[in-house]
Structures are given as structure tokens and as C-alpha cells.
Design a protein around this ligand. Structure first.
Ligand SMILES: C[S@@+](CC[C@H](N)C(=O)[O-])C[C@H]1O[C@@H](n2cnc3c(N)ncnc32)[C@H](O)[C@@H]1O
Length: 278
């Protein structure tokens, strides 16, 4: 764990500026273990709370993780998505985790943190882009990476993801990221069962009315955030409203046998009136 006393606030502020700019320049900005450790203690915790919300909803819909799983954390950063996954589904603690990032510092940090937190897991760091074969039958996690990819990279990634067993993808709740995730949903929806946010398999109605609204949700930070002086300092320095955790997301899976869904009648999700009601 990073010590709040020794966080490099200036470096964190630089990261924040980079994230907001959404630069897709392929630059490895993880300059040191200290920086990614500071990220893990701050920005990544907030992202983790979004993952907690997504995974709680996924669990509430009766999704069960596949057995004998490879989990790929794509663009892993400090690896918070994988840790949140195992917190929500402890049966995955013994799965094999592949931490992929363009940054060696990030992928190594993520694998080490995983091994510390869940010693029974198998955690490997890589900077080699997982191909379709590697993704075959894997659970692929993606988080806060879409605006660092250009559209060509995003399209190629979605094509590779077609081989996966499960894709769980969490992004900020801003319009730009949410709309890019909708494009991914379109690419994946014929190959996967869409679980969330909407469980219907049809074209998202928002795509028919561009500019009207965008799909986003809100997670809740733990209450202690509002009484902790370190988080208060973080909010002030970074210009972050600690109360607000907007996110967009996508959960899809191929195996219907594990999909019990809320015990709906066959054909339920195909009836337009039911889709409108969800
Ligand atoms: C904002 S960070 C998010 C990290 C982590 N997924 C999270 O949610 O905390 C984006 C990560 O994506 C990585 N990244 C960006 N473009 C990439 C690419 N083309 N291939 C692999 N990793 C990439 C960056 O190095 C960085 O670690």
C-alpha cells in the first residue's frame, strides 16, 4: 500500500491532466513504481468502487464465472479490476491472471499486487498484446482504457474480444467514453449474450437517437472517504468531486448454460414491451 504522506501529488496531478485530455499517443506514462503505487492508492481505488458496483449488479443477475479460467486484465494499470473481480467472486482466487499493459512497470506492479493480495492466484505480467488465441475462452477485463486507444485500435481489440468467453468493460460515465463503448457493444452483440447494463440483445436505442442522452450510472464511495483528510486533500488537489463516481459499462458472456438470468420465461428478452420495462 502506498503511504499517503509520501504521495507525489504533482505527478498525480500530471496523470489527472493526461487522463482528462484522453491522449491516444501510445506513450508509456508510468515513469516509476512510486507513481503507479500512488495511482493505486487514489484514482484506482475510485475505479475499484465502480467495479464493485458493476460486479454487484452482475452478481445480482446471477452471472457465475466460468471454471478453470484465464482472466486477462487488458490495459491493467495497477490491476484494480482483477482484485475487485476476486473480491466479488472469491472462487476466482485460484484462476490464472494475465496482466497486460503497454507499460512493463504497470503490468509488473499489477501482477505483484495480485500475488500479494491473493497468494493462491497465478499472476503473470506481459507487454505482449494478447491475440485471439490467447483470448479464447478467457474472461477479459477492461477498465478506463478506451480513450487511450485510437479508433483503429479499438476496432481491432473488439475483433480479438470476439474470441473471449466473457468481457467485462468499465469506463468513465462521460458521454464520449459511453458512446465509444456502445460501438463496442454493437461489434460484440451478435457473438455474446449481453448481460448488462441492458439485458436485451437488440441495437441500443441510444444509437438511433445520437446526441439525446448517454448511458451512464453512479457508484457510491465508502462513507469513510468523506471523513478521511487524505481523501479530502486528494479531492482538492485533483479537482475531483469525491461524491461523484459516474461510469459506463458492458458485461457480456457466451455460455447461456451459466446464465440463469432472473428465471424469465423463454423469449422474455425478445419481447419489446419487456425490454422497455427493464
Ligand atoms: C487510465 S489507465 C487504467 C488502468 C486500469 N485499467 C484501471 O482501471 O485502473 C489506462 C492503462 O491502459 C494502458 N494502455 C493504454 N493504451 C494501451 C495499449 N494500446 N495497449 C496496452 N495498454 C495500454 C496504459 O498504460 C494504462 O496502464
Amino acid at each position: 500500500m502506498s503511504d499517503w504522506e509520501h504521495l507525489d501529488w504533482q505527478a498525480l496531478a500530471g496523470l489527472r491532466e493526461r487522463f482528462l485530455s484522453g491522449r491516444a499517443d501510445g506513450v508509456d506514462y508510468w515513469q516509476s513504481d512510486a507513481l503507479i503505487s500512488a495511482y493505486d492508492a487514489t484514482f484506482a481505488q475510485r475505479i475499484g468502487w465502480k467495479w464493485d458496483a458493476v460486479l454487484a449488479e452482475t452478481k445480482a443477475r446471477d452471472w457465475q464465472p466460468p471454471h478453470a479460467t484465464l482472466v486477462i486484465d487488458w490495459g491493467c494499470g495497477s490491476g484494480i479490476a482483477s482484485r475487485a473481480l476476486v473480491e466479488a467472486f472469491p472462487e476466482l482466487a485460484s484462476a490464472e491472471f494475465l496482466f497486460f499493459d503497454q507499460s512493463r512497470i504497470a503490468s509488473t506492479y499489477a501482477a505483484n499486487r495480485m500475488a500479494q493480495r491473493f497468494p493462491q492466484s497465478s499472476a503473470t505480467a506481459t507487454t505482449t498484446l494478447p491475440d485471439a488465441h490467447t483470448c479464447n475462452k478467457a474472461v477479459v477485463l477492461l477498465s478506463h482504457v478506451i480513450n487511450e486507444l485510437n479508433l483503429q485500435q479499438q476496432t481491432m481489440l473488439a475483433e480479438t474480444l470476439l474470441q473471449a468467453q466473457t468481457v467485462i468493460w468499465v469506463e468513465p460515465g462521460a458521454r464520449a467514453e459511453s458512446e465509444r463503448l456502445l460501438v463496442v457493444r454493437e461489434q460484440l452483440r451478435t457473438a455474446f449474450h449481453l448481460w448488462a447494463p441492458c439485458p436485451h440483445q437488440h441495437l441500443c436505442p441510444l444509437l438511433k437517437t445520437p446526441g439525446s442522452d448517454w448511458c451512464h450510472h453512479f457508484a457510491h464511495p465508502p462513507p469513510e472517504v468523506f471523513t478521511d483528510p487524505n481523501w479530502a486533500k486528494f479531492g482538492k488537489w485533483m479537482g475531483v468531486d469525491l461524491r461523484s463516481l459516474p461510469f459506463s459499462y458492458l458485461v457480456c458472456d457466451k455460455d447461456l448454460k451459466r446464465v440463469t438470468r432472473r428465471k424469465m420465461q423463454p423469449g422474455f428478452w425478445d419481447a419489446p414491451e419487456n425490454i422497455m420495462a427493464t
